[in-house]
Each structure stands twice: as C-alpha cells, then as structure tokens.
Design a protein around this ligand. Structure first.
Ligand SMILES: NC(=O)c1ccc[n+]([C@@H]2O[C@H](COP(=O)([O-])OP(=O)(O)OC[C@H]3O[C@@H](n4cnc5c(N)ncnc54)[C@H](O)[C@@H]3O)[C@@H](O)[C@H]2O)c1
Length: 89
C-alpha cells in the first residue's frame, strides 16, 4: 500500500511518519512539507503524488487551524489565515 502525507509543520510531519512506520512497517510512504493555503505547493504535491503513485484512491484533507481565545483571534490577518487554511486549503 502507498500512502502520501503532507503537513506544513516539518516536525509534525516527521512525527506522523514515525507513527505510520511504527504501526505499518510495510507501507510505502511519501511525506512532503506542504502549506495547503499555497495553491502552488498543493499543485506541486498533487503532481508529485500522481507521478509517484500512478493513481489516487482516497484523499483526506484534515489540515486545519483553530486559534482559541484571546489575542489569537484578533486582527484581519488571523481571520484570513483561518479562511485560507480551513476553507480554501
Ligand atoms: N480535534 C477536535 O476536537 C476537532 C473538532 C472539530 C474540528 N476539528 C478540525 O479537524 C481538523 C483536524 O483536527 P486535529 O485535532 O487533528 O488538529 P491538529 O492541530 O492536531 O492537526 C492539524 C494539522 O494540520 C496541520 N496544518 C495546519 N495548517 C496547515 C497548512 N497551512 N498546511 C498544511 N498543514 C497544516 C498542522 O500542522 C497539524 O499537523 C482541524 O481542521 C480542526 O479544526 C478538530
């Protein structure tokens, strides 16, 4: 089985790689650092996955941010980031 994963956070990505390899040592894994709010990065990732895997059966997009309370919700930039990642991404 082939699985490709992506995350904007390199550390989180490597943690997920280790978890998958620990549980499913025979899985063929492609891990790429991608920001889902950047159209070019997502397109490049998609092309790389198709080149690597040939076809894709299942896609799961659960990248998301959810600033909680206080200053993190202040400012237009924060709202734009939430829209860019959670909605457009
Ligand atoms: N955990 C919950 O109780 C809960 C409840 C309702 C909704 N959600 C939503 O479900 C999704 C997953 O939740 P979770 O608890 O696993 O969150 P999480 O924070 O553990 O995982 C989200 C992952 O998305 C990645 N990410 C953030 N911005 C990104 C970007 N721009 N590009 C690529 N990757 C990016 C983060 O690095 C992180 O690894 C989120 O969208 C969250 O808002 C979660």
């Amino acid at each position: 089985m082939r699985v490709s994963i992506a995350d904007v956070n390199g550390e989180a990505l490597q943690q997920t790689v280790a978890e998958i390899k620990g549980k499913f040592p025979n899985v063929d894994l492609l891990a790429v650092q991608v920001d889902v709010s950047k159209y070019e990065e997502v397109t490049a990732f998609k092309e790389r996955v198709f080149e690597w895997a040939g076809e894709v059966s299942v896609v799961l997009n659960n990248a998301g941010i959810c600033p909680t309370g206080g200053k993190s919700w202040e400012g237009l930039e924060q709202w734009r980031a939430v829209i860019d990642v959670n909605l457009i991404g």
